[in-house]
Design a protein around this ligand. Structure first.
Ligand code: ADP
Ligand code: MG
Length: 265
């Protein structure tokens, strides 16, 4: 049976809001429940690759090769220590890609074309998660053109909603121009500190503005989550019991529940 993967891009043009952490841990949680998952690291910084234990020196293939058409998805995917989870790592080559493809008529469609070519060959992934750079650049646009939906991590801080309208506007533009099916997968609040009154206020505000798009699951600020990447492990492998890991497992089940609803509709 041919499986069509659900393609979710994790995007927010702000840095440090939890995109990579969410991509890694949501992917791990989905793999743990038996899904076959591929992460595509589209950030030249390569934090998702490092966080999943793929050292720079071992990145003989990369998302750059996929965008340039050099390699097919299957050829660029590397296995990780998490069973069922593969990654297409990123390398610093990605820094130059904008210039290299800027004049190509299909510059926004590079990733989509690669993924479509691959689904012909039944890559067999049930989820593809894309980790975006902190910018609404050509890489992020490629991810939105290729994706079914956008998952937006928002950090529970004063300026959380700032920038969100620009992000949503970009999603609208992509929908109008190249990907009419693109939806907002959901908004996940990250780095929540319940002792902080402001954080509680932010959660309320975001829920008031964005309604049911916001996941019930809120990811707490948890030091174990920030330690995990230096061991090259997702938090869920590093410390399954910590509050952060538990929250990401809960988020995964919420994502799956919403998926089922969508597919049934
Ligand atoms: P982005 O990819 O949006 O730039 P990251 O996922 O890299 O953001 O997170 C930014 C920093 O915050 C990283 O050092 C990460 O380890 C840390 N971090 C992310 N989520 C949490 C959390 N829930 N608790 C504690 N630290 C976190
Ligand atoms: Mg990141």
């Amino acid at each position: 049976m041919k499986i069509t993967p659900r393609i979710i891009t994790v995007a927010n043009q702000k840095g440090g809001v939890g995109k990579t952490t969410t991509a890694i841990n949501l992917a791990t949680a989905l793999a743990a429940i038996g899904e076959r998952v591929l992460i595509i690291d589209l950030d030249p910084q390569g934090n998702a690759s490092t966080g999943l234990g793929i050292d720079r020196k071992d990145r003989s293939v990369s998302s750059y090769d996929v965008l340039t058409g050099e390699l097919e998805i299957e050829q660029a995917a590397m296995e990780t220590a998490v069973p069922g989870l593969s990654i297409i790592p990123s390398t610093l080559d990605l820094l130059g890609i904008e210039m290299e493809i800027a004049s190509a008529p299909d510059r926004v469609l590079k990733l989509r074309n690669a993924l479509r070519a691959s689904s012909e060959r039944a890559a067999g992934y049930s989820y593809v998660l894309i980790d975006c750079p902190p910018s609404l650049n050509l890489l992020t646009l490629n991810s939105m053109a290729a994706a079914d939906s956008v998952l937006v991590p928002l950090q529970c801080e004063f300026f959380a909603l700032e920038g969100l309208s620009q992000l949503l506007e970009t999603v609208d533009q992509v929908r109008r121009s190249i990907n009419p099916e693109l939806t907002i997968q959901g908004i996940v609040l990250t780095m929540f500190d319940g002792r902080n009154n402001l954080a509680n206020q932010v959660v309320e505000d975001v829920r008031a503005h964005m309604g049911e798009k916001v996941y019930d699951t809120v990811i707490p600020r948890n030091v174990r989550i920030s330690e995990a990447p230096s061991y090259g492990k997702p938090a869920i492998l590093y410390d399954l019991k910590c509050s952060g890991s538990q929250a990401y497992l809960q988020l995964a089940s919420e994502v799956i529940r919403r998926e089922r609803k969508l597919r049934a509709a």
